[in-house]
Design a binder for this molecule. Structure first.
Ligand code: AMP
Length: 405
């Protein structure tokens, strides 16, 4: 009796990188993981780990483009007996950053899907082209294999119009596809569900504020498993203070920088996306370094930290109001999972909202989801590690399974 294939390869193509994981969906275990960095440069690097036997291999040297990168990854997988030609491979799941309003769920990729992802390039100029290259290369290597697009924006398509629209002329907004799309959707979906599980409840019965705090950062208000608001907007620039992005600011800052500061649109774009946030405020974007500096009495780092926390606290308050009833606040991603001082400061003074952190529980380090609020707290505060690759693999596999029935 032949059994159906159970492996899913997850590809996350960035502008100059390719991250991948091969998972076996029978038990969601990882078989291989890796990363190609600095694609297109002389100093490209491929780091591949065969998880099952713990072998790690590295290749250094130029990798010209995403096609060459994926071919190199395919060779590494083959060396471990896990090649793309394996009959056990059920599908490839691609992270696609921008799905606009069109894609509300994981989607089997065909020409029409590719055309639509291409049409969204103007609203995701850095990400969607790289995602498309990843998809096309994978298709050329295994043309008959199902390829699934899992969109960062999809989880947020449930936002009501009142949250998704900006207060500008709808005709102009529609003509240019301007609205709040939100990002990090696979993470918000995964973490809100895992938080419900941690509380021992059905996601449909739980309201959660998810704080995804990585180098990019976003908050979401999730009501009964559905996103009703999120902090990123047309692009991932809006919302929280991030590693290098400013998050919210008065749009007039841009006119001012142009008219009075004499900066070009591209220069302002670079300033706000790459040279702002924590980095712009204090020269560091790594929270570990910032905390080290704060603890050493550095005033600049302290102000950057305080601005970061102030914004975070405002979003907790805003989403509390949006949801009306909050069962849990969940911290996730690099900063959220690791930086106890950020979690402590973000909820400090919110006892009136039923929010508090137990200092001892907050200090414990661990890999799994855990509560850090005091025993019996009205609103639970949790640390819930995100796993975007597992979520992409799960959604990809579920779609392929459904289609094969
Ligand atoms: P991510 O984008 O989710 O990979 O998160 C990356 C960020 O997490 C880094 O830029 C650091 O600021 C932060 N981070 C990682 N580990 C720690 C840690 N142990 N303490 C504080 N921040 C951390």
């Amino acid at each position: 009796m032949s059994s159906s294939p159970t492996r899913v390869l997850v590809l996350n193509s960035g502008s100059s990188s390719l991250k991948y994981q091969l998972l076996d969906m029978r038990d969601s275990s990882r078989l291989a993981v890796g990363l190609v960095e600095r694609i297109g440069e002389q100093t490209s690097r491929l780091k591949h780990t065969h998880v099952t036997n713990g072998d790690t291999r590295e290749q250094n040297g130029p990798i010209a483009d995403h096609e060459a990168a994926l071919k190199a990854v395919a060779e590494e997988l083959s060396r471990d007996g896990l090649g793309l030609d394996s009959p056990e491979l059920a599908a490839i799941g691609h992270r696609v950053v921008h799905g606009g309003m069109f894609f509300t769920e994981p989607t089997l990729i065909d020409d029409q899907v590719l055309t639509e992802v291409e049409r969204l390039i103007p609203v995701a100029p850095l990400h969607n082209p790289a995602n498309l290259t990843g998809i096309r290369t994978a298709q050329s290597l295994r043309p008959e294999l199902p390829q699934v697009a899992v969109f960062d924006t999809a989880f947020h398509t449930t936002m009501p119009e009142s949250a998704a629209r900006y207060a500008i002329d709808p005709k102009i907004a529609d003509r240019h596809r301007i609205r709040r799309y939100g990002f990090h959707g696979t993470s918000h979906a995964y973490v809100s569900r895992e938080t419900a599980r941690l509380l021992g409840k059905d996601p449909a019965d739980v309201n959660v504020i998810v704080l995804h705090l990585g180098n990019g950062a976003s908050a979401s208000a999730v009501e009964g498993g559905r996103c009703v608001d999120t902090s990123m907007g047309l692009t991932p620039l809006e919302g929280l203070v991030m590693g290098t992005r400013s998050g919210d600011l008065d749009p007039a800052v841009i006119f001012h920088l142009e008219r009075v500061g004499g900066m070009s649109t591209d220069e302002i774009d670079t300033l706000l996306n790459k040279r702002s946030g924590l980095f712009g405020l204090c020269g560091d974007n790594d929270m570990r370094e910032i905390r080290r500096r704060v603890d050493a009495g550095d005033e600049e780092a302290k102000l950057a930290f305080d601005i970061y926390i102030h914004r975070l606290k405002k979003y907790i308050g805003a989403y509390y109001a949006v949801l009306g009833r909050v069962d849990a606040v969940a911290f996730t991603a690099g900063v959220g999972e690791n930086a106890a001082p950020v979690r402590e400061a973000a909820v400090a003074g919110l006892e009136g909202l039923g929010l508090a952190v137990d200092a001892e529980l907050n200090a414990v380090r661990g890999d799994g989801p855990r509560l850090i609020s005091p025993e019996g707290a009205r609103v639970k505060v949790a640390v819930v590690p995100t796993d975007e690759e597992l979520e992409i693999a799960t959604q990809t596999y579920a779609l392929v399974e459904k289609n094969s029935r």
